[in-house]
Design a protein around this ligand. Sequence first.
Ligand SMILES: Cc1ncc(COP(=O)(O)O)c(C=O)c1O
Length: 405
Amino acid sequence: MSISQLARTISASSTLVLNEEARILREKGEPVISLGIGEPKNKTPITALLSAAAKLSEGNIKYTPSDGTPSLKKAIIRYTEENYNRLVAPENVIVSAGAKQSITNIILSIVNPQDEVVLLAPYWVSYPEIVKLAYGIPVVVVPEDGTFKPRMEDIERAVGSYTKAIIVNSPNNPSGAVYSEKFIADIVDFCERKKIYLITDDIYHKLVFDGNQARPAYEFTTKDIESSMVIAVNGVSKSYGMTGFRIGWTIANRKLVEVMNNIQSQTTSGTSVLLQAGAEGALTGMQSVVESLRLTFENNRNVIMQELRSFNDIKVIKPEGAFYCLPDFRAYSNDSVELSKFILNKAMVVTVPGKDFGMEGHLRLSFAGSIKDIMTAIERIKWVLDLNSPNEIYIGDRKLIRDWL
Ligand SMILES: Cc1ncc(COP(=O)(O)O)c(C=O)c1O
């Protein structure tokens, strides 16, 4: 079989692969718990369901404009005004099939072969692969050991004449870190001066804990949207728990939106009119659903932190947002892929290797699931790794004895 050189360089999304593995194990009746999940477990907001159902019952499910229905775009404009303090025009907005497609279309629109895109480790798994799809080169900036926040001086050093963009994701997947306002202000200023695009992936921007907020990059530029280098990506997947709707969007200057729309119109066309109606229902409906998810995750974060602190040898930085934490397991293994497999084989707990996020020696643990699952999963991981934990455990209805430590 002949496979292109480009396609050969692209790996499958490890998180999706792991989710599939967990599903297969569960189907076989194994008592698997997934801390790999990247989605809230809530029911779809009722206003989203009603809006999509109303559209469905019209019995007129057709193409939409490829950049999104006018009414969804209107809802996004209102959302942007309320949350970003920016009034944008419909020509500054393009709706795509999830934030993932938004980011892909942005990168395809701005990156020439061999152009560089700066990623801040730990970064979301898909960024490097999306950059490679455009024949670009991901350049990774690593934070100081023991921290998840990049330093401006390291970013400035990584930027060169081929740099086209920097991607910032705060609250961050996989670490839960929320970058400081000063950092956002500095990086906006740097990108505006250097004429480098600053792509802010704001998909978790409403899921911030401890009374804090993630301030959007647009608040830190005095430039109007047509001359600003800031591009914002957002969507309904995480804040509204609507991952299956596959609706994301981009706010950018008109020229870029036009180019992205050209690409989208030649590839997927517009996303489904039903799902756009659903997203519109969520954006214009009761916003208490978002706050309720945020509170659930903050509570789950507190539980997982308490459980993890009872481990002797792992280091964990308290997540400030999103629904992931990224403990340092190097006291047990430097190979996160092997460690993740070992934990799955011995204890039926899915974790995601930090290697996939540019943080070897760490494991990403999602706390989007139930408290019971979180507590049981951490107890099992402890049993696998920690000599101080009892060496017998029940997993499902099997009593297991640890004989490898
Ligand atoms: C940082 C980040 N950006 C984008 C996405 C993709 O979002 P969507 O499901 O809207 O494509 C995810 C999903 O896990 C994510 O974690």
